[in-house]
Design a protein around this ligand. Structure first.
Ligand SMILES: [Zn+2]
Length: 414
């Protein structure tokens, strides 16, 4: 505001030129309504005979004494420092709205980390990685979880969890979840973050049960489910050198697998999970082939998103699911039926209807077996639930079989 404009405005407020002059001498060319009010109060006090004069320095008898001067000076300093902060932030952030957002979020302390954070957030908003809901950057659907490594006892393992009901999830034909944000949450590809990696020994798993962890509510400690498999754990420990030589960058950086996790790092985290599961397979742990196949599906998904050839990976996946379907022990109906479903889906995808048809027969046999189990005790809710689960998968299989000749369906659902 120019000096002239301030003078005009002050004249409108005080109506007298001498008061305008006094204001300008006392406070300088800053128009501040609290100063205006102070001076007006002195005018009122003079007229009421409470003080004898109004001077550039407020009267000693008057209530605007040292204390008020001091607070006024502090206020002046504050205003000046706020101005300087704004100028600096503007130079760093380049945009007024970002400066306002910064001050609102972090206050008047300029921290380069916060500046970078806000810049990145703004970039993500611009590129659509963060959705803006009602003018505000949407809420993060991910929260951190702390684990302890069952292999090396490192207690600084960071895992990531997805807030429930924060994402709409749609499965691909091979049951790889695809995420999009709902309500106030932004979308996160949790496939990239799901695998937790020990920063010290590179042991990796997406399954919280594979880690030693404290309950969020009671604080009670739960051991990793692998703790009973001492020989397996010993071998996981002796595999450490191999893991580290495969991923030297991860070995030298304890924050390597923290967010943000790009495609490369996400792939590496899953490959480390495959290495663990291969050892589980060697030690005959249940569903190892199934786990490996699921991990490879995630690798194929990432390669697809990164515009790489993912079909050779799907061929590998088919082999693992076939092995898993054949070796199935029948103790987990969901895993059993999913393995059969995946063999059928993958073979239909690759145009191999004959093998798919064989496995459809296997699925129907599995359903019949559950039906017979249920007939032995029709009051058993457990047997009924198993039958229903098998039935659900058979219906899913029937649906994809109907689409067996529609190439568009298969290409659009991968
Ligand atoms: Zn470890």
């Amino acid at each position: 505001m120019s000096g002239n404009l301030i003078r005009i405005k002050l004249k409108a407020l005080f109506m007298k030129d001498d008061l305008v002059d006094l204001y300008l001498k006392r406070y300088g060319e800053i128009l501040n309504m609290s100063y205006v009010d102070q001076l007006k109060e002195e005018v009122r006090a003079l007229q009421a005979g409470e003080i004898t004069k109004i001077d550039v320095v407020p009267s000693g008898n008057f209530k605007y004494d040292d204390r008020n001067d001091a607070s006024l000076a502090a206020h002046n300093r504050e205003t000046a420092s706020a101005k300087r902060t704004k100028v600096k932030l503007k130079a760093l952030l380049m945009k007024d709205d970002l400066v306002e957002k910064y001050l609102e979020k972090y206050g008047e302390i300029i921290n380069p980390v916060f500046v970078e954070q806000l810049k990145k957030e703004a970039e993500k908003v611009e590129t659509g990685q963060i959705q803006v809901v009602n003018g505000k950057a949407a809420v993060d659907p991910i929260y951190k979880v702390e684990y302890q490594c069952p292999a090396c006892n490192c207690s600084e393992v960071v895992g990531y969890s997805l807030r429930s009901k924060s994402q709409a999830i749609e499965d691909t034909i091979f049951l790889v979840p695809q995420y999009s944000g709902i309500s106030q949450y932004f979308a996160v590809d949790f496939n990239l973050l799901q695998t937790t990696v020990c920063p010290r020994c590179l042991y990796a798993s997406p399954d919280p049960k594979d880690w030693k962890r404290a309950s969020q509510f009671t604080g009670s400690i739960t051991e990793s489910q692998l703790v009973v498999h001492t020989k397996l754990l010993a071998e996981i420990r002796s595999q450490e050198a191999e893991r580290k030589s495969k991923f030297p960058e991860a070995k030298d950086d304890p924050n390597y697998f923290h967010r943000p996790r790009d495609y490369k790092k996400a792939l590496e985290s899953i490959v480390l999970s495959v290495m663990r599961a291969e050892l589980e397979k060697k030690h005959s742990l249940p569903a190892a082939d199934y786990k490996i196949a699921r991990y490879y599906l995630k690798i194929a998904d990432i390669k697809k998103k990164n515009s790489e050839d993912y079909k050779p990976i799907l061929k590998e996946v088919e082999k693992y699911f076939t092995a898993a379907a054949i070796e199935n022990r029948g103790d987990n109906v969901t895993v059993e039926m999913e393995c059969i479903y995946q063999v059928i889906a993958l073979n239909l995808y690759f145009g191999n209807k004959e093998k798919a048809a064989q496995y459809i027969k296997m699925a129907k046999d599995a359903l019949n077996a559950r039906d017979q189990d249920f007939q032995t005790d029709t009051h058993s809710t457990e047997l009924k639930a198993k039958f229903n689960e098998a039935d659900k998968w058979v219906r899913k299989i029937d649906t994809i079989w109907e689409y067996r000749d529609e190439r568009d369906f298969w290409e659009s659902k991968v």
